[in-house]
Design a binder for this molecule. Structure first.
Ligand SMILES: Nc1ncnc2c1ncn2[C@@H]1O[C@H](COP(=O)(O)OP(=O)(O)OP(=O)(O)O)[C@@H](O)[C@H]1O
Length: 247
């Protein structure tokens, strides 16, 4: 599995949201997309998902389309469906009038992996924002994509669920040979869970590489206008402490 993005550009009414971005990711890799608000992370994910008109090329194993699972930033999920029904929708291509036992088991497994099996019978519209975020990820995972695109999947989660979700994504990516692109604002989470990091600003790729190469004090100042202290955590990951905004 290989995802190749060449010369990707996205324009909205003449405004360049992405400009000549090139990226490559191999199966088993988590690539974190970071950068300030409006940098172009969501536009990049939507273009790769095939949901956004763009210039340049996106190739999944050399083909223009492939099995892509996309979790948008605002999934707008308020339907009067149960959690189990919502996850089964991720398998709609495999379903007919009857839902085979194997499909129910697969959906239940996706819920179990995310630690939300007990929500299976609840209505989606009656869940908390964080619970809904995890259900929508379970739906995306149930479809067994080869490329997983996650737009701020942890924005509504508490610290424990942030850790468990990102650990699961990392394990699944490695075990199933997926390519995972995850837009995320939490630089410490990116440093800990991503194999590589792509830093965007104003639609351009400022830097790309291993977290310790990209997440330097100079790059953070350049991209975010923030003075930060970057040091090695005891477990070997880089740790970032934002200190103050730079005028
Ligand atoms: N539908 C749209 N119409 C017009 N402009 C848009 C549209 N969507 C995004 N933009 C603009 O494109 C640029 C990139 O937006 P995008 O949502 O890709 O950034 P982002 O890095 O995901 O931001 P955030 O971290 O705030 O989610 C921004 O300047 C934004 O205002």
């Amino acid at each position: 599995m290989r995802l190749t993005v060449v010369d990707l550009s996205v324009r909205y009414r003449g405004h360049a949201a992405l400009d000549a971005v090139a990226l490559e990711a191999r199966g088993g890799e988590v690539l974190a997309l970071i950068g300030p608000n409006g940098a172009g992370k969501s536009s990049l994910l939507r273009a790769v998902a095939g949901l956004q008109r763009h210039g340049g090329t996106v190739r999944i194993d050399g083909a223009t389309t492939g099995p892509v699972g996309f979790l948008p930033q605002d999934h707008g999920a308020r339907a009067a469906l149960t959690v189990m029904e919502t996850v089964l929708l991720g398998r709609r291509r495999a379903l007919g009038w009857r839902v085979p036992e194997a499909e129910l088991a697969r959906a239940a497994d996706a819920l179990r992996r995310l630690g939300i099996a007990k929500l299976a019978g609840r209505l989606l519209g009656e869940l908390s924002g964080g619970q809904r975020q995890m259900v929508m990820l379970a739906q995306v995972l149930a479809a067994e994509p080869a490329v997983l695109l996650l737009d701020e999947p942890t924005s509504a989660l508490d610290i424990r669920h942030v850790l468990s979700l990102l650990t699961l994504v990392r394990e699944l990516t490695a075990a199933s040979g997926l390519v995972t692109l995850v837009a995320i604002h939490d630089l410490n989470a990116a440093a800990r869970f991503a194999d590589r990091v792509a830093l965007l600003k104003d639609g351009r790729l400022l830097a790309e590489g291993a977290p310790r190469e990209v997440l330097t004090e100079a790059r953070i100042a350049e991209a975010y206008g923030v003075a930060a202290h970057v040091h090695a955590a005891p477990d070997g990951h880089v740790a970032i402490s934002p200190c103050r905004a730079i005028d």
